[in-house]
Design a protein. Structure first.
Length: 320
């Protein structure tokens, strides 16, 4: 070291002073019996005992029985190696309270030439409490995110999927079907004379009709089918791996259940009951793209309406 280079503070510092000023509890342990040779004042607070009573006690006195073997094993390894070892454990403090601690053990050469194990103990109760709070907050956030995701994909009135989610499912099914030369069908539903129903009976009654139709669609589908609210009084069902002929069976089942359902004020509708017009189209027969198939189902439902409503039309039949 050159004459004009300042001496580093750590080379002048007295370890005794550093030992006493540590904010962690610090113990010096004998390397053979692991009894306490010395401790700083923080140990008095952690263990709830005066320093004079701590010296001479075997370290496992403060360690729960289930944790003792782990501690002794680590101390034996520390005795053979000089690099620090850190781990989390527990001690038994005042009034038999169990305190979570983080321990750090390393070999230390004393002034008289002997060696000792320096054991630092940090109370991590607050750290664990904060981690648990964070876990709770993360869990709550995940629940809220799931609710938000559900809200973004679900029609609030009918609890069916909304049209945006339907389009995602349709895009995925079209990709799968085109890749593996599969087939799927789309059923398009329109509630007949719905404006008349709303004008005569009020929008709350109209909303209830839509809710009931949504439930009927859901219970009329297979588990693999995907019903959704298109918007207003229009609904759709995506039927994977179903040609249009089989999709007609689903359409007939839905139409029959709606015809048999006792909707309030249904007798005042122009057809004498609440009814629906349905259009059916399928891939690849009625379109090479998802948009084309959906458009074909839409044209089919308009055909049903033009033919007097309360009927089912398949695009494959009306386009001949």
């Amino acid at each position: 070291m050159s004459a004009d280079q300042p001496t580093r503070v750590c080379q002048l510092a007295n370890y005794d002073d550093l030992f006493l000023r540590l904010t962690d509890a610090a113990l010096l342990l004998g390397t053979e019996d692991f009894e306490v040779l010395d401790c700083n004042d923080v140990c008095e607070t952690l263990f709830g005992q005066p320093s004079a009573e701590i010296s001479g006690i075997h370290i496992d006195h403060w360690i729960p029985e289930a944790k003792r073997e782990e501690l002794l094993k680590i101390l034996r390894v520390t005795r053979r190696r000089y690099h620090p070892r850190e781990w989390d454990s527990e001690i038994v403090g005042q009034n038999h309270s169990v305190i979570p601690v983080r321990l750090n053990a390393c070999m230390l050469k004393l002034k008289d030439g002997r060696e000792a194990i320096q054991l630092l103990l940090r109370n991590i109760s607050d750290e664990i409490e904060n981690e648990n709070k964070i876990k709770v907050y993360i869990g709550q956030l995940e629940i809220l995110n799931k609710k938000l995701e559900a809200l973004s994909t679900t029609d609030e009135l009918t609890q069916l999927s909304n049209f945006r989610e339907f389009k995602n499912q349709l895009r995925s099914e079209h990709s799968r079907s085109s890749r593996y030369q599969g087939v799927y069908s789309i059923l398009f539903f329109d509630v007949d004379h719905f404006k008349h129903y709303n004008d005569r009976n009020g929008h709350p009654a109209g909303d209830e009709v839509l809710r009931q139709i949504g439930r009927i669609l859901k219970t009329s589908c297979r588990d693999t089918d995907f019903p959704a609210r298109y918007g207003g009084e229009e609904f759709v069902i995506l039927c994977p791996e179903v040609p249009w002929q089989n999709a007609l069976v689903v359409a007939q089942r839905v139409a029959k259940r709606i015809e048999e359902y006792a909707f309030a004020f249904g007798e005042f509708q122009p057809l004498g009951r609440v009814s629906i017009s349905i259009g059916v189209a399928s891939y690849p027969e009625n379109g090479s793209t998802a948009e084309a198939v959906l458009g074909a189902a839409d044209k089919a439902v308009y055909h049903s309406k033009e033919m007097g409503r309360n009927r089912i039309s398949a695009f494959s039949e009306i386009s001949k």
